[in-house]
Structure formats: structure tokens, C-alpha cells
Design a protein around this ligand. Structure first.
Ligand code: NAI
Ligand code: BUO
Length: 235
């Protein structure tokens, strides 16, 4: 297994949920962490939980200049980026006929275009160093689409396509790319559910999967996974 100590990670959407749990888990491994999000105060709350060198940058994934600045800040602060965790995302649910074009656009802006721009900013640094790990959070909604989530699913199917093609181009540079497909995780994004929270996946479980995959010997990686709750029960 690889050690992650002294590597540098940039985690988007680090203010809560899966992003915060991932930042905490990476920090516990000795990784230096930069987190991004839209609100300074909630980013600061995460920073206080990190037992490592850490920095926070306000960055709206819908703004290209914010993404550029966040990457520049991370490189200035830590000198490199070894691990990019593309986690920031939004979900708006509605029946197909009630889905507005505006909501579809907003989800694509954050979940796909933001991720695309973040990768285009970070990957050149990884190519220069002939090493790097990109972790893209897709979803089980990238595998199956369902009533009420056609538009969200479309963004996550797009994440899969974007990620796989990029991965096939970049592995010649020793850049590993992991697509993570969780089913329902207990976070603000999922909101109220009919499931007993204790039986759902918790954000820390996803963080554990990410850390364990990153620790694999660099000659190998898990291209895509599917993370399910073992026995989700109704409340
Ligand atoms: N919670 C769930 O059941 C599942 C979530 N996912 C994915 O996991 C990722 C993280 O979601 P959760 O932690 O569950 O949600 P969350 O709502 O708790 O956290 C989302 C994070 O993304 C950030 N974010 C949203 N829009 C942004 C923008 N325009 N610019 C910058 N940051 C922005 C938020 O501020 C927050 O930090 C998302 O990509 C989501 O689609 C995937 C499968 C299941
Ligand atoms: C929210 C989400 O992406 C699920 C339940 O797969």
C-alpha cells in the first residue's frame, strides 16, 4: 500500500457532506488539504477539523475565474497538487415534465462544466510531474436513472463519459482516475428520506473508500465502483 503522507489534495465542496468527510480522512493520513466551497464560514468550520496543514478558498464551481484562482492558490500554498477530489455537486429533483431548463442548466454548470474546468486547470500540473490522482464523485444515478431525477442523472451520466475518456488519455502520464458511484448518502443533498439514517451510507464511509483506493500501489487503480448500503431499512 502507498503512504499518503505529505501529498497535497484539492477537495471541491469541502464545506460539508462527502467533501468535508473526505478532507478530514485525508488530513488524518497526513495529506495537506485545500478545500473549496462558496461560503468562507462553513469552509473555516471544516478547516478547524483538519489535523494537518490546510487552506480554504472560496470558489463557485459555476465561475471559471474562481476555479482558476483556487488552483493557483493551492499551487502557491503547497507547491503541487497530487490528488484532486471533484466532489462539489447539486441535485434538484422534479418529474421530467416539471424540470425547468434553468435547473437542468444549473446542474450541468456545477456537476459537469465545473468539474471539466477544474480538471483542465489541475491536470497540466500532474502531467508536468508525471503523477497524480483524480477522484470524480459521480453517483449510482450515473448508472441507473429514476423517476424525479432524470435531469440530475443526465449530469452524472455525463460525468462518467467525461471521466472515462479523460482517464484513457491521462493514464500514460501515470495519472490514475477513480469514478466513485455512491447510492444514497446521509447528507444535506439527499435531504429528508424515508430511510432509517443509521442504515444509510454515511459520508465517512465514502471517505474511507476514497482513502483506501488512493493507497493502492500506484501501478493499479479502481476505474469505477458502486457503493451500496448493506441493509437500508425504512424508518
Ligand atoms: N448524498 C448522496 O446521496 C449522494 C451524493 N453524490 C454526490 O456527492 C457529491 C457531494 O454531495 P453531498 O456531500 O451529498 O452534498 P452536500 O450538499 O452535503 O455537499 C455538496 C457540496 O458541494 C458544494 N457546492 C454545491 N454547489 C457548488 C458550487 N456551485 N460551487 C462550489 N461548491 C458547490 C456545497 O457547498 C457543498 O460543500 C455531489 O457531487 C453529489 O452529487 C453522489 C451520490 C449520492
Ligand atoms: C443523490 C444520488 O446521487 C443518489 C441517491 O444516487
Amino acid at each position: 500500500m502507498e503512504h499518503l503522507t505529505d501529498k497535497v489534495a484539492l477537495v471541491t465542496g469541502g464545506s460539508r457532506g462527502i467533501g468535508r468527510a473526505t478532507a478530514i480522512a485525508l488530513a488524518a493520513e497526513g495529506v495537506k488539504v485545500a478545500i473549496t466551497g462558496r461560503h468562507f464560514d462553513s469552509l473555516q468550520e471544516t478547516i478547524e477539523l483538519l489535523e494537518t496543514e490546510a487552506t480554504a478558498v472560496v470558489c463557485d464551481m459555476q465561475q471559471a475565474e474562481d476555479i482558476e484562482a483556487a488552483v493557483a492558490h493551492t499551487i502557491e500554498t503547497f507547491g503541487q497538487i497530487d490528488i484532486l477530489v471533484n466532489n462539489a455537486g447539486i441535485m434538484k429533483t422534479a418529474s421530467f415534465m416539471e424540470t425547468s431548463l434553468e435547473d437542468l442548466r444549473e446542474m450541468f454548470e456545477t456537476n459537469v462544466f465545473g468539474m471539466f474546468q477544474m480538471m483542465q486547470q489541475v491536470i497540466p500540473h500532474m502531467i508536468d510531474r508525471q503523477s497524480g490522482d483524480v477522484v470524480n464523485i459521480a453517483s449510482m444515478s450515473a448508472v441507473n436513472s429514476s423517476p424525479q431525477t432524470a435531469a440530475y442523472s443526465a449530469t452524472k451520466f455525463a460525468v462518467t463519459g467525461l471521466t472515462e475518456g479523460m482517464m484513457r488519455e491521462m493514464r500514460q502520464h501515470n495519472i490514475r482516475t477513480f469514478t466513485i458511484n455512491p447510492s444514497a448518502v446521509l447528507t444535506d443533498l439527499i435531504g429528508e428520506t424515508s430511510l432509517d439514517p443509521e442504515t444509510m451510507i454515511h459520508p465517512e464511509d465514502i471517505a474511507d473508500v476514497i482513502v483506501s483506493q488512493l493507497k493502492l500501489n500506484r501501478r493499479t487503480f479502481i476505474k469505477t465502483n458502486q457503493i451500496w448500503a448493506t441493509n437500508p431499512v425504512q424508518k
